[in-house]
Design a binder for this molecule. Structure first.
Ligand code: PLP
Length: 386
C-alpha cells in the first residue's frame, strides 16, 4: 500500500535539496557558531549567509531575524518579549488562533492581562472595522494569524496591522502556515513581529524564526548565552538554519508553480467531493480567497446528521491516506476542533470535519484516489443517498 499524504499543514517532507544544504553541518562542519576558531567561524558564516537569504525573501534587514527552535517558540518569544516592555494590560487576538497563541495569551490572562477575542465572519475572517473599535490606549499587543491552519482562511493582515501602527500598538502575525506558500513581505504587511517554522515549507522540524522590526519595544525572552546578539540564548542549530534558509529560498523560487498546482488540486478535490456527495459535504472557511494548500470539509449522512470524523480519518488511514481532523496538536487528544467551533459550529459538526492539506508533490491521481476511498468508506457507514 502506498501512502497518500494530504496532511501538509501538519508537517511537510524534507526536500532532498534542503537535506543536501544541511549535510555538511551534520558532518565535518560541526563547529559551534559562537566559537572563536575557524571551525566556529565556518558555522557562523553559514548562519549569516542563510539569515541574509531569508531576510531577502521576507523583505527585512538580516539583523531583524532571530533564529528559534520552532514556530511555537517564536510566538512565545513575541508575546512575552513584548509584554515585559509594555505597561498596557490588554491583548487582542482571535479564538481561531493556534494553541501556540491561545496558550501564551491564557498564561498572560492568569497574571492580570485582559484577553479580547475579535469577532469573526462566517468564514473565520477578521475585518478591519471589527478590530478598530477594540484598539485603545490600554492595548499591549495584537496577535492575529496570516492564514488559519485548519481552514486556510486569510485575514487582511496588511489592513489590520495598519490600524495598529496608527495607534503605536505592536502587531504580531503568526505566519507559520503562509511562509513559503504565499508572498510574505513584512514591509507590505506592516507587521512588527512575525513567526515562521521551517517544517511547514519542506524544511527541518525544530527550527523557526522570529522577525522583529527594528525599534519594536521587544526584548529577549530566552535568557542565557549571548547568541543572536543577546536576543535568543542557546547554541545555534546550524544544520537546521541552513535547512530553513534553503527551504525558504526554494519555496520562493518555485512559489508560482507550487501555488498553481495546489490551487488545481484543491479545486479538483472540491469538485469531486461535490459530485460524489452533494449536500452531504460542506466546505469551511474562505474557499475562494484562502490558502491554496488547505481544504476543510464537514461530512453529513443522508439525513443531514454529522458523520463521525474520527471514523473517517481512521478508515482513510487504513487505506494509506493521511489527513487530519483538527490541528496536529489537538488530534492526539481527540478534542473537537476549537477553530471549527469558534466559527459557530456545534462540537458534533466540528467532530465531523476533516482537513486535507496539499503539498508540492501531490498529484491529481492521489486526490481522485482519496475521494474514491471516502466514497467507499461513507457508503459502508451510511444509507445510500436518495
Ligand atoms: N501556528 C500555526 C498556525 C501552526 O499551524 C503551527 C503548527 O501546526 C504552529 C503555530 C506551531 O509551529 P511549530 O510546530 O513549529 O511549533
Amino acid at each position: 500500500m502506498s501512502t497518500i499524504y494530504l496532511d501538509h499543514a501538519a508537517t511537510t517532507p524534507l526536500d532532498a535539496r534542503v537535506l543536501q544544504a544541511m549535510m555538511p553541518f551534520f558532518g565535518d562542519d560541526y563547529g559551534n557558531a559562537s566559537s572563536p576558531h575557524h571551525m566556529g567561524r565556518k558555522s557562523a558564516v553559514a548562519t549569516d549567509q542563510w539569515r541574509r537569504v531569508m531576510a531577502d525573501v521576507i523583505g527585512c534587514d538580516a539583523s531583524e531575524i532571530i533564529f528559534t527552535g520552532s514556530g511555537t517558540e517564536s510566538i512565545n518569544a513575541a508575546f512575552f518579549g513584548i509584554l515585559q516592555n509594555r505597561t498596557q494590560k490588554r491583548i487582542i487576538t482571535a479564538l481561531t488562533e493556534h494553541k501556540a497563541v491561545l496558550e501564551p495569551a491564557e498564561r498572560a490572562a492568569a497574571t492580570g492581562y485582559e484577553v479580547v477575542h475579535v469577532a469573526l465572519d462566517e468564514t473565520g475572517k477578521i475585518h478591519p472595522e471589527t478590530l478598530a473599535p477594540l484598539l485603545d490606549e490600554d492595548t499591549a499587543l495584537v496577535s492575529l494569524m496570516h492564514a488559519n491552519n485548519e481552514t486556510g482562511t486569510m485575514h487582511p493582515v496588511g489592513e489590520l496591522a495598519e490600524l495598529c501602527r496608527k495607534k503605536d500598538i505592536p502587531f504580531h502575525c503568526d505566519a507559520v502556515q503562509t511562509a513559503g506558500k504565499v508572498p510574505l513581505d513584512v514591509q507590505e504587511l506592516g507587521v512588527d513581529l512575525l513567526s515562521i517554522s521551517a517544517h511547514k515549507f519542506n524544511g527541518p522540524k525544530g527550527t523557526g524564526a522570529l522577525y522583529v522590526r527594528s525599534g519594536t519595544p521587544w526584548s529577549a525572552w530566552m535568557l542565557g548565552g549571548s547568541q543572536e546578539r543577546g536576543r535568543r540564548a542557546g547554541t545555534l542549530n546550524v544544520p537546521g538554519i541552513a535547512g530553513m534558509g534553503r527551504a525558504l529560498q526554494l519555496a520562493a523560487e518555485e512559489m508560482d508553480d507550487r501555488r498553481q498546482r495546489n490551487r488545481r488540486l484543491k479545486k479538483q478535490m472540491m469538485d469531486r467531493l461535490d459530485d460524489a456527495f452533494g449536500r452531504q459535504v460542506r466546505f469551511n472557511g474562505d474557499t475562494e480567497g484562502g490558502l491554496e494548500t488547505i481544504l476543510s470539509v464537514t461530512f453529513f449522512d443522508p439525513e443531514g446528521m454529522p458523520l463521525d470524523g474520527e471514523m473517517l480519518l481512521l478508515n482513510l488511514d487504513i487505506e494509506g491516506i493521511c489527513c487530519s481532523n483538527g490541528s496536529a496538536c489537538t488530534s492526539g487528544t481527540i478534542k473537537p476542533s476549537h477553530v471549527i467551533m469558534a466559527m459557530g459550529n456545534s462540537p458534533d459538526t466540528a467532530r465531523s470535519t476533516l482537513r486535507f492539506s496539499f503539498g508540492k508533490d501531490n498529484t491529481t491521481a492521489q486526490v481522485d484516489e482519496a475521494v474514491d476511498q471516502l466514497r467507499e468508506i461513507i457508503s459502508r457507514h451510511t444509507h445510500p443517498a436518495k
